[in-house]
Every structure is written in C-alpha cells, then in structure tokens.
Design a protein. Structure first.
Length: 569
C-alpha cells in the first residue's frame, strides 16, 4: 500500500497563509532578522482576499482627520460603537487605528502608489467616506499589492513555501512546535518545526450554497475553507464569534461576474442604488451632510429609510446600481477604482465585451452568499499582542476573532504586531521543539491513497452546503442547529472519500475542515441564547439580550469535551 512521503523544515517563525496579514508578518519577521517560512496554500503573489487587488484601506490619517476635528479616540469609538456595535477587542481596534497610516506608508515604501496630483487633501491622498463618520478610506493603486508585498517578504529573507495546505498544528507540552501541511501539487506531507507560529489563514468559505449555483463562483477565494480555524480548534485553541454570520454578506453584480466589481467603496462618488421603479434607495454618498448619522449597520446601505432587501420584499425589485450620475471626471475615477479592486478588471472586460457603459446602463445587483466575515469577526480570541491561548501561537487579520470590519488595515497592522510578538517569544525558546500532531492527517491521507473507490469530495461538499444552508440561515434555532450537527457527524463517520491525485486529496482535506467549522458554528449557535442583529437571528430567541450575552462566546476543545466561556469585550 502506498504511503505518503514526508519532508521536514525548520525555522524560528512559521507564518501560515500568504494573504495581506501573512505577508505583513513575513516582512516584519524578516526585518527583525528572524528565520521565517511563509506557507501558502496557493502562491502569495495572488492569494488571499486581496489576491486580485484591493482599492481601499481605512485608517487614521492625522493631517486630514485633524482638519475634520476627528481625534484618534473619536475614530476608535466610532468603529467600536457604530461599526462593531460595541462588540470588539478595544486594544486591537485602537492599535489598528493608531498604526494603520504607518503600515500604509510601508506599502508606499515597498512600491505601491498612494498619492495623486488631483487630490487637494494633505499628502495628495484620495480619501472617501466608507465605514466611519470621517473621510478616512484611502483609494489607491492596489491591483498588484500582493505581488509587491511578496517581493518585499523575499527581499527581507522570508522563505516562501507555496502550494502547501496547512492542516494541523504541532504541539510539545502544550506549546506550539510547528505545523504540518499537505503539498497540493507534490502530494507530500510537509512538516515545519518552529519556535513560533502565526496563523493568517482566511474565513471558512464554501460552507453555504452560492445563489448562482456555482460552488466556486463566490465573492472571496473559494480556497479559503477555514483551514486555520479548524486546525487551531483541534489543537485546543479557543475560538470566538463562530455563531455570527453575515446574511447577506454583500451585494454585487448579478449577471456579469459574481462577487467581482462594484464594491461599495469603488463606485463612489457616481453610484446610486435604485429599485425597479427608478426610485432612489441609496443616494450618492458624498452628498450626505450627516453621513455618520445615516450609517447604522455594516452591511445595509442607508440614506432614504429604505434598504435593498426591503425593496425586494416589497415587490419593487430588481435592484440596480446606477453610475450614470456625476461628471466625466467622476466616471473615470470610478473605473480606475473598480480596476484596482477584486475581480474588477474582469468585470470591466466583460462590460466592454457586452457593450455595456456605466454612463448608459444600470447594473443589476443581488445579495451574495452568507459569509463569516466583516462584522462576523470569528476566530481565536487574542490579547493585545495577537497571542492565542497556546504559547507561541499568534493570529492576525481575518484569522483572528473580535475585530469586526478590521479588513485590510487589520491585516496589515496585526500581521506586523504578531511578527514582533512571535520574534520575542522565539528568543525565549532555547532548542527547536520537536512536537507531534501529524498522525491524524497522515492516516487520513493514507486511507484515501489506499482506497480504490469511494465518495467524491464534490458530493461531500454539496452535502455540507445543503446542511449549512438549510439549518443555519433562515430558520436558526436550537433544534435546527442540533439536527445540522447530527447530519455533519453522520457525514464525518460514514464518508469514504476518494482521491486519485494531490488536487483531489486537497479537496478531501478541505471537506475535513468544512465539517469541523460547520459543527463549531452550529454548536455556538445553540449556546448563544439570543438574537444579535445583524449577524445572529434565532427563531427561538428573537430578542437581543445584552444583560446575559453582550460578550464574546468562546468555544474550545479539551480532550473529548467541548467547553464554552463568555468574555467581556
């Protein structure tokens, strides 16, 4: 019987995930002269949520915000109270706001363009309103930001290990000792022994059925399957906010390309939202004199008392984005911004191919599939140093819990901070730890290799998506969630996954993690006995209960037992 081959590496710091947070961590660790390996499931030059570009970053821009009369404390409170609705890690949010501009200047130093002659603001920055009451979202040339950051990491000495999916953590006496991963191309088991580990993987995508019926045509990279969260949970890391879910996560173009183009920040200032009768739902953002007062939720466009969803419910759909307003200068600005963001380049290409013009044609938009992202900031609970409850293990960016809407600035700043913390920890570890933790995944892969027939990963994924969509979206309750857990447990115990090559075995490993994440989410849904809009709406507990549930709900595995704990933000 064929056995999986193994390959070993050693380093001081292992960074898992090559998105913005992971690249930021690798860059800083390299600056500190640490021996660092960056492990990525794909290739960090184009991986992660910003792999195809990002056109906006929020932050605190001292010269501009001081002109507006907005202090750092004001921005922190605005973010915590209005964006996060009070449920946020205050120390980390403050660190993000306080250091975001410095990290943006780092991007400029690496080669990104952030200044423009047409700007009248201090520093020639293009700033827009987005999440906060002040104009503090930078528009910039971010299409190639991942390539720029990957090159910076390499210049600083980071070793890049691409096409390796980290599946589990190595532990020695309860402390981190490295990670184990599967080579998505070479089919080997890669064991990386290290003194510290920084987890910077993504959110658990692919848990829910996409509205378009195509499992990989989703807003964010479909390769993000909660690998880091599942690996950490198996190792005993405490995860918080896993019950929170963005429904719908965002609105995007319906017919041209799912999840690409038309990000909310990019079609400002010309864009307005219309219903089928031509009535304005969301006016031009830059016309809001009391913008902050009109913003009462992370996901719903306000401005007229109507929402996109309420207009659909009232029979006044479809919903359109109309960019015909504004000057020629506005139009060019918007097209530039869209070209830098996500799948915007593909979106513009398709518009040209089909003869569509922003000046003449409205773009139909539709809610995308639910996501565990944005306000639903789920992941390990971390302290002010990005430390988890396992010594030597850190989390940054989307991987970390308790930082709603931290997005790009959170990834930049937390990656930087986690690297500094990991570097300090590594100095205290005399010898290289020789922990264990690869046995389960090794057996899992060997069973697949030995199996002549069996179940396809596609069937297993459809099973998971059916369960999570039916039991964890519209009809969330204790009995529904419990039934969902039972279905996933049945799948875990009975599936006989087959894989004929490393690509298919990688998908089988993703199924393992999706089941793990799904069960964690459903258990947390049962435990939090309230509704907490916009990210948790239970049929059996329809009201928000701040007296008992204004907290982070932690869940961790101790032996064979699952333990919950409340944490005040």
């Amino acid at each position: 019987m064929a056995k999986i081959e193994k390959e070993e590496y050693t380093c001081n710091i292992c960074v898992v995930g090559g998105g913005i947070a992971g690249c930021s961590a690798a860059i800083r660790a390299g600056e500190l002269n640490d021996n660092v390996i960056l492990v990525d499931k794909s290739n960090p030059e184009r991986s992660g949520c910003a792999g195809s570009g990002i056109d906006h970053i929020w932050g605190y821009f001292p010269e501009v915000q001081k002109q507006e009369g907005v202090s750092l404390d004001d921005l922190v409170e605005d973010h915590i109270q209005n964006v996060a609705r009070g449920l946020a890690n205050r120390e980390i949010v403050r660190y993000i706001a306080e250091t975001s501009f410095q990290r943006i200047l780092d991007l400029e130093r690496y080669g990104a363009r952030i200044r423009y002659e047409d700007s009248t603001l201090p520093g020639k920055l293009r700033l827009q309103y987005q999440l906060h009451k002040c104009r503090n979202t930078l528009h910039f040339d971010g299409r190639d930001i991942k390539r720029i950051m990957t090159k910076a990491a390499k210049r600083n000495g980071a070793k890049i290990l691409s096409r390796v999916m980290v599946t589990d953590l190595l532990l020695e006496n309860g402390q981190i000792a490295g990670v184990v991963g599967y080579g998505t191309r070479d089919g080997k088991l890669h064991i990386i022994r290290s003194r510290s580990v920084i987890m910077a993987c993504g959110r658990p995508n692919r848990l829910y059925k996409p509205y378009n019926g195509m499992p990989f045509a989703i807003r964010m990279p479909p390769a993000l399957t909660g690998d880091g969260k599942a690996a950490m949970f198996r190792a005993g890391v405490e995860l918080i906010n896993m019950e929170f879910l963005s429904i719908p996560g965002r609105w995007s173009s319906k017919n041209l390309i799912r999840g690409g183009g038309l990000p909310r920040g990019s079609f400002q200032p010309p864009g307005i939202g219309l219903n089928a009768l031509g009535e304005v739902i969301r006016p031009r953002t830059h016309e809001f004199e009391d913008y902050g007062e009109k913003w009462r939720g992370c996901f719903t466009p306000f401005g007229t008392g109507k929402t996109f969803q309420s207009e659909l419910d009232a029979g006044r759909g479809p919903i359109y984005a109309d960019m015909s307003w504004g000057s020629e200068e506005d139009q060019e600005y918007m097209k530039w911004a869209v070209s830098q963001e996500g799948l915007g380049t593909a979106f513009l290409h398709l518009m040209e191919e089909y003869g569509l013009d922003f000046r003449k044609h409205k773009i139909e938009i539709w809610p995308i599939e639910p996501e565990h992202s944005a306000f639903a900031a789920c992941g390990p609970i971390v302290d002010s140093h990005c430390s988890t409850n396992i010594a030597g293990l850190y989390a940054a960016g989307d991987e970390a819990g308790g930082t709603p809407q931290s997005v790009v600035p959170g990834a930049l700043t937390m990656g930087y901070l986690a690297a500094e913390s990991a570097s300090e920890h590594s100095k205290k570890i005399a010898g290289l730890p020789m922990g264990k933790g690869e046995e389960e995944v090794e057996e899992f892969c060997n069973q697949i290799l030995a199996r002549k027939g069996g179940d396809s990963w596609e069937d297993a994924q459809q099973f998971i998506q059916n369960v999570m969509t039916d039991y964890n979206i519209e009809y969330r309750s204790e009995t529904m969630a419990q039934r969902g857990i039972e279905y996933l447990e049945y799948l875990k115990n009975t599936m006989q996954l087959k894989g004929e090559n490393p690509h298919e075995i990688t998908h089988c490993l993703e199924i393992r993690n999706l089941i793990e994440c799904g069960q964690i989410i459903l258990r947390s849904t049962i435990e939090r006995k309230e509704s907490r809009p916009p990210c948790l709406k239970r049929k059996d507990y329809p009201h928000q209960d701040d007296n008992n549930w204004f907290c982070f709900l932690g869940q961790k595995k101790i032996g064979d037992n699952i333990v919950f704990e409340k944490h005040k933000p």
